[in-house]
Each structure stands twice: as C-alpha cells, then as structure tokens.
Design a protein around this ligand. Structure first.
Ligand code: NAD
Length: 290
C-alpha cells in the first residue's frame, strides 16, 4: 500500500512520514502565495496542493527553492482541456519549469473528461512516471464508476482528491479508495469556510476546547482522509495543523456523518469552466471505450 493515514496523525507515503494534513493553495497567487507557503512550512506543513488552474506554480516554486524541495510532497493537477497526451506533456513540462523542480510527487487529472480517451491520457501519465517526471498518479472529482473503469486499465492510482466536509459526505467514494489502498484527499474540507458557523460543529468543538474547523478536519482524518485546508491566516493555518491532541467519539462521528450524508456537493455545470462535471455518469459513460 503506497498511502496510509496513521492513528498518530502521520500520513505515510511509500514509507516516508508526512503530517496527516496538507496545505491547499487555491486561490493564493504571487507574493501572497509565496509568503503563505513560507508560513505553512514554518508551521510544519509538508504536503502542498496546487494545480495549473490556480496560476500559482511560480510563487510556490520560488518558496520551495528557498525551503529545499526534497522535504515537500507537491501535488499538481492538469485541467480537462489538456488531457490529450501532447497537451498533458506540455502542461507537465511547464508545471515543472514554473515550480523549479525536476519532478512532481503527484500529478492528478483535475476533473474527468470523457471526450478524451482515458487510455491515451493514462498512457501519457505512465510514460511521465517512467521518465521520473512524476512519482504518483491521481484523479480528482471522480465517482466509484470512474474508478471501476480506471482499474480495468491497471494503472497504479495513488490518490483520489474529491470534495468532502461535514456538509457533504459520500462514503462510497471514500470506501472505493480505502478498499483499494488509494489515498483519499478531501478538498474544501471546511466547506469553503462556511463550516465555522455550523451549530453542530460549534457544540462539539466547545466540548473539546477546539474550533469548528478543527472538528471538521479531525472528522475527515478519522475517516482516513487527508484534508487540504486553505488559508493565508497563520492563526488558522496553525489551528488546522493542530488536530492530534483530541479525538471524536463514535457518537460525534455519526452525528457529523448524518449531516454530511444529507448535503449536496458543489457542481461544475453550466458555470463557464469549459466543461460540465460528470458526477451523474453511469459506468458505461465514464471514459467510454474508444
Ligand atoms: P476550504 O474548505 O479549505 O475553505 C477555505 C476557506 O476557509 C478560506 O476562506 C479560509 O480563509 C477559511 N479558513 C481556513 N481555515 C480556517 C479556520 N481555521 N477558521 C476559520 N476559517 C478558516 O476550501 P478551499 O480552499 O476551496 O479548498 C481547500 C483546497 O482544496 C484548495 O486550496 C485547493 O488546494 C483544493 N481544491 C481542489 C479542488 C479540486 O477540484 N480538486 C477544488 C477546490 C479546492
């Protein structure tokens, strides 16, 4: 198994220990992003999430150069308009150049694009892995149907990065990963900031002398997820990194689960991103055979 979320708060990736919470960098840019990465590093974050779409590879690269690239696990993602092999290669080369690194730790398909044959996209991913340009391959915004299709291709998937927080929880997505030894990363783990006002989380957090944000992130951790909270506020960054000195009871977990199960995910449909998401796709429609 490549990825393991351990009880002691460590995320072990191929035997190397990292903190069990990562740092999300959307929508940070330019100098704000550069300084935020330095703050995150000082606090102890070692897993950094970015994407070509975020437009912040350059300031992250500058920060990593100052900090020492090797200590960090850096993930980036390729947008669906660049899933054809030649386009993917170009996206990756530019990402490496901007991040001032010879390799990415993980490279994810940002959203599925069923109009591009997945066999071709994955061949390009595997070629990049064999060439040492990426260590691990991942997918983002996928359903268990997508995973079933990808397993047929026998491509080693290390990560899935999906939306998950106490206002949206889809257990089948987490289980499809954990049962196959795939690491699950939770994006938007604080519901894009909304969760700090949630009354259930407030009540639970008071009992533990924690904040609602810490309860949300701890809930994800206890579900074996690696959350990627985003913040440029060092006080919040520190809070989001302090999750290992308390634990939620079974009853508290179940109460938050129940709330998340009734929630709705964010959709990317008709909002001008150049594609519509594919969450409602059946198995047959997920990356159809060419
Ligand atoms: P989030 O749930 O992490 O919420 C971020 C918001 O919460 C910000 O406004 C921040 O100021 C606030 N916040 C953070 N910590 C707080 C704290 N302790 N107390 C109070 N407020 C706090 O949402 P996000 O940033 O959109 O998602 C996290 C990361 O996930 C992104 O930075 C990005 O790296 C990744 N992401 C990936 C995808 C994808 O499609 N794969 C989509 C969205 C985000």
């Amino acid at each position: 198994m490549t990825v393991q979320i351990r009880q002691d708060g460590k995320c072990v990736i191929e035997g190397v220990e990292y903190p069990g919470v990562g740092y999300g960098t959307w929508p940070l840019r330019d100098d704000v992003c550069f300084h935020a990465i330095l703050d995150a590093a000082r606090i102890g974050y070692r897993i950094i999430d970015t994407a070509t779409l975020y437009g912040n590879h350059v300031p992250i690269g500058k920060a990593l150069k100052k900090l020492g690239r090797e200590q960090y696990y850096v993930t980036s993602k390729v947008w669906p308009n660049n899933h054809r092999p030649q386009d993917l290669k170009k996206d990756l080369v530019k990402a490496l150049e901007d991040l001032q690194t010879s390799y990415l730790d993980a490279y994810l398909l940002h959203w599925p694009n069923s109009k591009t044959p997945i066999e071709d996209t994955m061949e390009a991913m595997v070629a990049a892995q064999k060439a040492g340009l990426i260590r691990h391959i991942g997918l983002s915004n996928v359903t268990p149907n997508h995973l079933k299709r990808i397993f047929e291709l026998k491509v080693p998937i290390t990560w899935v990065q999906n939306e998950m927080h106490p206002h949206f929880y889809e257990p089948s997505e987490v289980q499809a990963c954990t049962s196959h030894g795939i690491g699950f990363q939770a994006w938007g783990p604080l519901g894009r900031g909304r969760l700090v006002e949630d009354s259930l989380l407030k009540k639970i957090s008071e009992k533990h002398h924690k904040t609602p944000a810490q309860v949300a992130l701890r809930w994800i951790f206890q579900h074996q997820g690696l959350s990627l909270p985003g913040s440029r506020n060092p006080v919040h960054m520190q809070q989001n990194f302090t999750l290992w000195d308390f634990s939620l009871s079974k009853e508290e977990m179940e109460k938050i689960d129940a709330q998340g199960l009734h929630g709705e995910r964010e959709r990317a449909v008709g909002i001008g991103l150049g594609f519509d998401d594919e969450f409602d796709y059946s198995y047959e429609q997920c990356w159809p055979h060419t």
